[in-house]
Design a protein around this ligand. Structure first.
Ligand code: NAD
Ligand code: ZN
Length: 255
């Protein structure tokens, strides 16, 4: 494993343009459960019953009571972990350009990344469905379910429910970033949800190396990924950052 970490660190240090594609797995170490897999939210809830726009429009109180209030409680207190912090550091030292994320928790921005494309929108803001008034999620009170705006309209998160369109600009920018990168780090995503799962395929077709970081293999591992670093995203990122710092120091000494 250490040999592979060194190899990947070397690729990252010499790459021109690195993009990360992240999924729910990068926020697991911040206490936010993923959707699929062990401990996933979908072991307990049927996505179509709670996370589709049809379900929300039919019975917003039910979706707020079961899914959104729990998500809000978890996201309100979540802090970036080593995976988010490592990506922020990679941007700061000029290695990473863009993060494309399927996550709605805002933790990449909180860690310090400045170019974050949120394919599935975000849970940091809510919007009144009647008058369009926007409010940050922390200001939403759960003493009435569903939470309501001063006009009486119901608040909904600015994230994309199943059955809704992906924001066009996010889609367009993600495709651009994927087709122009030299390396795509694919972290903590089961690569089951489209169109996000297509981004590594676009990157690969455009000549990029694909490096996966995940606790288990995914549908990309066999044919699309060049390497998989198996383990928790935060732990792997710490190892990578240490190795990258060693490479950079060695370069400074040689210069
Ligand atoms: P997913 O739940 O389908 O898959 C999670 C992946 O992360 C799995 O492949 C799993 O093996 C891996 N994983 C779990 N723990 C890990 C860890 N510590 N380190 C590295 N990898 C780990 O997630 P997805 O592919 O992002 O798709 C789910 C959808 O659900 C997304 O569209 C996203 O919008 C939404 N979602 C978001 C959040 C969030 O914002 N934090 C949380 C849950 C779900
Ligand atoms: Zn309103």
């Amino acid at each position: 494993m250490i040999a592979l970490i060194k190899k990947v660190a070397g690729y990252l240090v010499s790459a021109g343009d690195v993009v990360a594609l992240t999924g729910a797995g990068v926020s697991v170490e911040s206490g936010i459960p993923p959707f699929r897999g062990k401990g996933g939210v979908w072991e307990r809830f049927d996505p179509m019953e709670y996370a589709s726009i049809q379900a929300f429009e039919k019975d917003p109180a039910k979706v707020w009571r079961v899914l959104l209030s729990e998500l809000k409680r978890v996201v309100d207190k979540a802090e970036p972990n080593s995976a988010h912090k490592g990506l922020a550091k990679l941007e700061k030292i000029g290695i990473l350009k863009t993060v494309i994320t399927q996550n709605v928790d805002g933790l990449h921005q909180k860690a310090g990344n400045t170019d974050v494309i949120e394919i599935h929108g975000n849970f940091a803001w809510h919007r009144c469905m009647k008058c369009d008034h926007r409010t940050d999620t922390q200001s939403i009170k759960l003493d009435q379910i569903p939470p309501k705006c001063h006009c009486g309209g119901i608040f909904r998160p600015e994230c994309v429910f199943f059955g809704e369109m992906i924001p066009l600009e996010a889609m367009w920018r993600s495709r651009q970033a994927a087709s122009n990168c030299d390396i795509m780090l694919v972290m903590g995503t089961s690569a089951n949800v489209q169109p996000a799962a297509y981004m590594p395929i676009i990157a690969k077709k455009s000549g990029a190396k694909i490096i996966e970081i995940n606790t288990e293999a995914t549908p990309l591992t066999e044919n699309i990924s060049d390497h998989i670093l198996l383990g928790k995203a935060g732990e792997i990122m710490n190892l990578l950052i240490t190795e990258i710092e060693n490479c950079r120091q060695a370069e400074l000494i040689i210069d």
